[in-house]
Design a protein around this ligand. Structure first.
Ligand code: NDP
Length: 449
């Protein structure tokens, strides 16, 4: 589907021409531009000031060599990225992804989406994203440390507590943040909150580890509550078995649901009696092993090769929490056929445009990533506040703030959808609600960027 509006289509054409071979970036921009028709009708001043022409162009792109030495003494070279996309409403903020699939287009799609997501949280954070094509899987701790130190030896000059505050993402957890923070502190000779997702002994926030998964469930709960429904007694399928998936499963269980499946990039496990999360945490967080190990602990559970098969399991609620474009149109049709009533994206852009259309056309409650997974960056924002205050809030205090932020995101998203003529379409609602604050600020700043 193209943009119906000629002005918006013109911007899309330029994005494709200027950023060739970046399909994920094109996909993310297109989805946003397709939502903007009613916005430019109501706000011709945004067109006049070139707000949309500017917002699709990153303020700054940094790309660098990351050399490191492996355990055999051999020199390895990876590529590092930081895309500082938009700083209208606050310092650039967004995670670092270490995964072999990382390239400039992937980081640009993630950085672009981050602008709107961060705005939706209501906290003062601009949008950015970074990472590397380095694969931490199968590397020793020493190799990961040397890579992180080399990566930070270039990145440190571009970031700072009031400039750009990176966090984790795929392949970047507590271990990697620790190594990068150590190197940053050494190079800068300062102790500031320049990274979030830090360990609790050096400025980290309680609930940060749980935030994206918990937040995704809080958002889903809001969608269900609005229909007089809840998680209670529901069957839930969750893809991935990383940080987001594990804590989405934990919160879904706490809210009374039964989580029956999890996956990794090789395959999925199905435990119809309900996944035992203690086992999953041991396998994934402590031992860093594959999800198929689960069946060695629970003989009644099944393991199936191939991760996309997870969407054939009948469920009431599906939470894609692995990676981009992991849920396509066919998978969406299967979910609908099996009676799925709600889908919320824990991962970034996990549903293809065809899948989203299937969900929206069939009345499935659909929580898009920008809204549904904003809990992670929201608690990162709260970590920044605590660092500035030189103070730590309790688990309950942070969790309560997270819950309120997710409630407000749902409220603003659903109200914007209604106001702009797309009631119950939270894709359009999240794009518009996230955009308006940034657009107003860019207008106020003049042609500053
Ligand atoms: P992790 O690295 O902790 O976990 C990623 C999980 O996804 C792993 O289990 C991985 O398996 C699995 N996976 C990767 N590719 C595929 C695939 N093609 N099919 C099935 N499973 C796959 O990352 P996170 O949990 O932090 O991130 C997951 C998603 O959530 C990403 O899209 C990320 O951008 C998004 N997100 C994360 C936030 C955070 O706070 N961490 C915040 C907001 C969004 P394997 O081990 O085989 O690679």
């Amino acid at each position: 589907m193209e943009c119906k509006n000629a002005y918006l289509q013109g911007i899309m054409d330029k994005v494709i021409a200027k950023n060739p071979a970046e399909p994920e970036f094109h996909q993310a921009v297109k989805e946003v531009l397709q939502s903007f028709e009613p916005v430019i009708e109501k706000h011709p001043e945004y067109v006049e000031a070139g707000i949309i022409d500017r917002i699709v162009e990153p303020e700054r792109v940094i790309m660098f060599r990351v050399p490191w030495v492996d355990d055999n003494g051999k020199v390895q070279v990876n590529r590092g990225f930081r895309v500082q996309f938009n700083s209208a409403i606050g310092p650039y903020k967004g995670g670092l992804r270490f995964h072999p699939s990382v390239n400039l287009g992937v980081i640009k799609f993630l950085g672009f989406e981050q602008i709107f997501k961060n705005s939706l949280t209501g906290l003062p954070m601009g949008g950015g994203k970074g990472g590397s094509d380095f694969d931490p899987k199968g590397k020793s701790d020493g190799e990961v440390m040397r890579f992180c130190q080399s990566f930070m030896t270039e990145l440190f000059r571009h970031i700072g507590p009031d400039t750009d505050v990176p966090a984790g993402d795929m392949g970047v957890g507590a271990r990697e943040i620790g190594y990068m923070y150590g190197q940053y502190k050494r190079l800068r000779n300062e102790f500031t909150g320049t990274l979030t997702g830090k360990g609790l002994t050096y400025g980290g926030s309680l609930v940060r580890k749980e935030a994206t998964g918990y937040g995704c469930c809080y958002f889903t709960q809001e969608m269900l509550n609005a229909k007089g429904d809840s998680f209670e007694g529901k069957t839930v399928v969750i893809s991935g078995s990383g940080n987001v998936a594990i804590y989405a499963a934990e919160k879904a269980q706490q809210l009374g649901a039964k989580v029956v499946a999890l996956s990794d990039s090789n395959g999925y496990i199905y435990d119809k009696e309900g996944i035992k999360l203690d086992t999953v945490k041991k396998i994934k967080e402590v031992e860093r092993k594959r999800i198929k190990e689960y069946v060695n602990y629970h003989q009644n559970a099944e393991y199936h090769e191939g991760s996309s098969g997870i969407w054939t399991i009948p469920c009431d609620i599906a939470l894609p929490c692995a990676t981009q474009n992991e849920l396509d149109g066919e998978a969406a049709k299967t979910l609908v056929k099996n009676g799925c009533i709600a889908v919320a994206e824990g991962a970034n852009m996990p549903s293809t445009p065809e899948a989203i259309e299937v969900f929206l056309n069939n009345g499935v409650l659909f929580g898009p990533a920008k809204a549904a997974n904003a809990g992670g960056v929201a608690v990162s924002g709260l970590e920044m506040s605590q660092n500035s205050l030189r103070y730590s809030w309790s688990f309950e205090e942070v969790d309560e703030k997270l819950k309120n932020i997710m409630k407000n995101i749902y409220k603003n998203t659903s109200e914007a959808a209604k106001e702009y003529g797309h009631e119950n379409n939270f894709v359009v609602g999240a794009n518009i609600a996230g955009f308006l604050k940034v657009a107003e600020t860019m207008l106020a700043h003049g042609v500053a960027y």
